[in-house]
Design a protein around this ligand. Structure first.
Ligand SMILES: Nc1ncnc2c1ncn2[C@@H]1O[C@H](COP(=O)(O)OP(=O)(O)OP(=O)(O)O)[C@@H](O)[C@H]1O
Length: 247
């Protein structure tokens, strides 16, 4: 398999209700795919299914073995999913992402943690307890934890939510460098401008895949009507096509 991730015909139900319906999605090395859809569309569920945390009703999820050199894809969850009041430093939280059952960290683990902290600009805060960090700093800890595993497939759940402009720029540059180095990236976002700036492809999801293609090609109002139940506004289309907002 040449794709880092290949999802085929994936159907998932939660609490007896269908949440994903026959989803097909592939992400190749070096691609950055934005998963966009309304609240409740199934974006997080799709990431969780890729991580093997949910059992599909039908369909398959294949993650290339190259993409799992450390066992699983890298995963950046939403900030509220991490226990921030746990008494651990930034360095400890990142090193911990490489923890193995019944063995302490080795030299490679320490080097990977130091490199991940450096990439997200947190080296100076390495000794700070995670509970004392701001929202944007916490987001960077979560990214560093994922990067410490040196994944070839990186999944991010709304990485740009609640972060300031410098942190957005840091993350955008970091994702671009990772993609240039061949990392396959799949991220959910509600930030269309950020998606256009960051993603080589956008997958419009509303339980099923409504469209999948380069951002500039997804300007058909009907696609947005089907994905969000609203017509694509001039602003939305301008954002996606990279043109100025119409007056
Ligand atoms: N554990 C669960 N049990 C039952 N239903 C669930 C469970 N988790 C999620 N759902 C439902 O599945 C649907 C998809 O949820 P999901 O979190 O994947 O959406 P999302 O696209 O990530 O939404 P958002 O943009 O709001 O984060 C929602 O209707 C949600 O209520």
């Amino acid at each position: 398999m040449s794709e880092a991730l290949c999802v085929r015909d994936l159907t998932v139900s939660l609490g007896g209700r269908p949440v994903l319906d026959k989803v097909d999605l592939a992400v190749g090395p070096g691609e950055t795919v934005g998963l966009i859809g309304p609240n409740g569309a199934g974006k997080t569920t799709l990431l969780r299914a890729v991580l093997g945390l949910l059992k599909p009703e039908t369909g398959t999820v294949e993650v290339s073995t190259i993409a799992t050199s450390t066992g699983r894809p890298g995963y950046v969850p939403q900030k509220h999913e991490f226990t921030w009041d746990f008494p651990i430093t930034v360095h400890g939280a990142v090193l911990n992402a490489r923890a193995r059952w019944l063995r302490g960290p080795n030299r490679d683990d320490r080097a990977a943690a130091a490199d991940a902290l450096d990439r997200v600009g947190l080296t100076d805060l390495a000794r700070r307890p995670v509970g004392e960090l701001s929202g944007g700093q916490r987001q960077r800890v979560l990214v560093a934890r994922a990067l410490a595993r040196r994944p070839a497939l990186l999944l991010l759940d709304e990485p740009f939510t609640g972060v300031d402009v410098p942190t957005q720029e840091l993350l955008t540059g970091l994702l671009a460098r990772l993609a240039a180095d061949g990392t396959a990236i799949l991220m959910t976002t509600h930030d269309l401008a950020q998606a256009r700036a960051t993603c080589t492809r956008i997958c419009l999801l509303n339980r099923a895949v409504v469209a999948d293609g380069p951002p500039a090609e997804l300007t058909d109002p009907d696609l947005w009507l089907r994905a969000f139940g609203v017509a694509a506004s001039g602003e939305l289309k301008a954002l996606l096509s990279g043109t100025e907002r119409p007056q």
